[in-house]
Every structure is written in structure tokens, then in C-alpha cells.
Design a protein around this ligand. Structure first.
Ligand SMILES: [Cu+2]
Length: 165
């Protein structure tokens, strides 16, 4: 005869609870992922706001999937090699209403629009503990890009630091 001690029961209950949590997490993951839109705003007063990602900074959990919307016409979503975790394949999205990217590795993920990156149309995804912001800023400094684009990335790193503080 099996003797259920209180300890065993507690453990069984704990396992059931964990299973329930896993089920909830599963259905949440199956729900619509968070989205990043690409905007052309001809009413924008600042030149840098005319073409933009919205939001332009997103904090995600490692393994989270994000939907990129409206990579149409002149807008694209391209990964920035200097601001990209090792081992993650590059991303290039164009002419798609929606494309999804899964952020498996922790770290900083820089994106730019090929057409408007030079005007500051860039965005930053940070997965988990990103690591060293100073290193990221040094990498941005090495980018072969216009000053406005570099500044836009540096501003996003600063925003990330203030969000984390
Ligand atoms: Cu664009």
C-alpha cells in the first residue's frame, strides 16, 4: 500500500501547480505577440519623427516572439551587425505586412530601416539582461553610419538605462 505522507502530497500539489502555470504560459505564448509598427507620419514636426518604429524600444524575455508590421513600400527591418548577439542569424524584412522574429539570446538587438535609418529610423530590442551598455555604445561608435543614426542608437541605449534604473 502506498503511504502518502503530507510531504508527498505537498510535492504532488506543487507539481500540479507548476503544470497549471506552464499551461497558462503556453496559452499566453500562443496569443498575439507584441508588435512593432513602421510609421510614415507626414504631420510630424521633427524630421526624425517622420519615419519611425513604434515603439522604438522594446524589452522582451529571451525566447519571446515579436511581430514587425508594415514593412511595406520603402520601410524595411534590418538587423545591425554591430548591435546583435553572436550566434543569432541576421534579420531582413521587406515587403511584408507582418513578419515575426524570436529573440532567443539575451542581449541588444539593433534594427534599422534601410531607407530611413540614416534619418534616425532605428529601434532597439533588449532581451533579458542585455549586458554592457558601454560596450554597446562603443560598438555604435564603430558603425559606418551617419551621425544622426548613431545618435539615435545612443539615445535608445540611454533610454534603456533609464528604464532599467
Ligand atoms: Cu523606413
Amino acid at each position: 500500500m502506498i503511504n502518502f505522507t503530507p510531504r508527498t502530497l505537498t510535492r504532488r500539489r506543487a507539481i500540479q501547480t507548476i503544470t497549471a502555470v506552464c499551461c497558462c504560459a503556453g496559452s499566453a505564448a500562443a496569443a498575439r505577440p507584441r508588435a512593432v509598427d513602421q510609421i510614415t507620419d507626414t504631420n510630424a514636426t521633427a524630421a526624425t519623427d517622420m519615419f519611425r518604429f513604434e515603439p522604438n524600444i522594446l524589452l522582451v524575455s529571451p525566447g519571446e516572439e515579436v511581430a514587425f508590421l508594415n514593412s511595406r513600400g520603402e520601410h524595411t527591418v534590418h538587423s545591425v551587425p554591430q548591435l546583435w548577439p553572436d550566434g543569432m542569424p541576421p534579420v531582413g524584412i521587406s515587403n511584408q505586412n507582418e513578419a515575426r522574429v524570436t529573440f532567443r539570446e539575451e542581449g541588444f538587438y539593433g534594427f534599422r530601416c534601410r531607407r530611413h535609418g540614416q534619418y534616425g529610423m532605428v529601434m532597439l530590442v533588449v532581451a533579458g539582461e542585455a549586458g554592457d551598455s558601454k560596450k554597446a555604445l562603443a560598438a555604435i561608435d564603430q558603425m559606418r553610419a551617419r551621425a544622426r543614426e548613431k545618435q539615435a542608437f545612443a539615445d535608445l541605449i540611454a533610454r534603456y538605462e533609464s528604464l532599467r534604473a
